[in-house]
Design a protein around this ligand. Structure first.
Ligand SMILES: NC(=O)c1ccc[n+]([C@@H]2O[C@H](COP(=O)([O-])OP(=O)(O)OC[C@H]3O[C@@H](n4cnc5c(N)ncnc54)[C@H](OP(=O)(O)O)[C@@H]3O)[C@@H](O)[C@H]2O)c1
Length: 299
């Protein structure tokens, strides 16, 4: 297939691109910096210069592709509208990347026993309402003749398989620890996130490309862990002392409001049944603790 991909230079998109190329697909990659074009081309993709705000380019590339994967941003409404515009009436597949902070509770590191299922999502907090609106727009595109689906990823760990190596959450904890000599978690670190390895994420997109059901929301998860336990595993892997609590305000000063409150300081506990039952997805990569202990520090 000829696949139009956004985010090909990023962590998720670059890893998806590597998987697609291995499967023999042609990948047309949106890149926003001219200097990225040659790196993307060297990997075997066809670069198209443009930004997520360039609706005309996105509409045209979506129209000319057999399928579209948006892995650049879970929060850019204009790009999603343009992709849907380009694909409307075609019956072609559109996989949109969302993130499970949509169920995040910004608990300041406290625990929660709330677990969310794909068919019973909560009302989002005000901070996450716009992201959920975009997800709903993608799902509604099924009624405009698009085989659209939302792939809602959880905390992704592992090394990227493309140009970008680092994911969003755990590498931030690690960089802070490298600077300060102490691994810190938000508040008491009792907050829990569902997790998946990037290789299993790539496999999920592969399965979805082959068999997604139009208008379906999928959680991509294969386990869960508390930030306290992940931080402690990281401290042991890095040869540092015990992981320590950090007041939310200090965490916000280091990581910013969104990352400290949602990315690192909330609960996001979800269960994804549809990928396993409908798409045949069978995650097989190491657990987050195995990855932190054995692979995180490898180059
Ligand atoms: N990693 C996770 O654990 C995770 C989990 C769930 C959801 N998500 C969400 O998934 C999305 C991608 O995550 P990621 O970890 O792959 O992030 P990333 O490594 O920062 O990659 C983002 C990619 O999108 C591109 N991009 C961003 N804004 C763009 C714009 N305006 N125009 C064109 N290209 C643009 C970037 O291009 P440049 O190279 O030019 O910067 C890069 O290729 C984010 O919205 C993130 O919140 C991530």
């Amino acid at each position: 297939m000829k696949i139009f991909l956004t985010g090909a230079t990023g962590f998720i998109g670059g890893s998806i691109a590597a998987g697609l190329l291995k499967d023999g697909h042609e990948v047309i990659a949106l890149v926003r910096k001219p200097e990225q074009s040659s790196a993307v081309a060297a990997l075997g993709m066809t670069p198209v210069l443009g930004d997520l705000n360039d609706s005309d380019i996105i509409i045209r590339q979506s129209r000319e592709a057999d399928a579209v994967i948006n892995a650049a941003s879970s929060d850019h409404r204009g790009a999603v509208e343009a992709i849907i515009e380009g694909l409307a009436g075609s019956g072609k597949t559109f996989l949109h990347t969302s993130g499970s902070s949509i169920v995040g509770d910004a608990s300041g590191g406290q625990a929660s026993d709330r677990i969310y299922e794909e068919d019973a999502l909560p009302e989002p907090t005000a901070d996450k309402a716009k992201r959920v609106d975009i997800d709903n727009l993608v799902l509604a595109a099924a009624s405009r003749g698009v085989r659209s689906a939302v792939l809602c990823n959880t905390l992704i760990y592992g090394h990227g398989r493309g140009l970008a190596r680092d994911s969003v959450q755990l590498p931030r904890l690690r960089r802070q620890a490298e600077k300060s000599g102490i691994v810190r978690h938000v508040g008491p670190g009792r907050n829990i996130w569902s997790t998946t390895h990037i290789d299993d994420v790539v496999e999920f997109y592969r399965c979805a490309l082959a068999g997604v059901t139009a208008g379906t929301f999928y959680f991509v998860e294969s386990g869960e862990a508390s930030f306290g336990d992940m931080s402690q595993a990281m401290a042991e892997a890095m040869g540092l002392g015990k992981a320590q609590d950090w007041p939310l305000d200090d965490a916000i000063a280091e990581w910013g409001y969104e990352m400290a409150s949602y990315g690192l300081g909330s609960n996001s506990r979800v269960r994804g049944h549809r990928g396993r039952q409908e798409l045949g997805w069978a995650p097989s990569a190491p657990s987050v603790f195995d990855w932190i202990g054995k692979d995180m520090l490898k180059a």
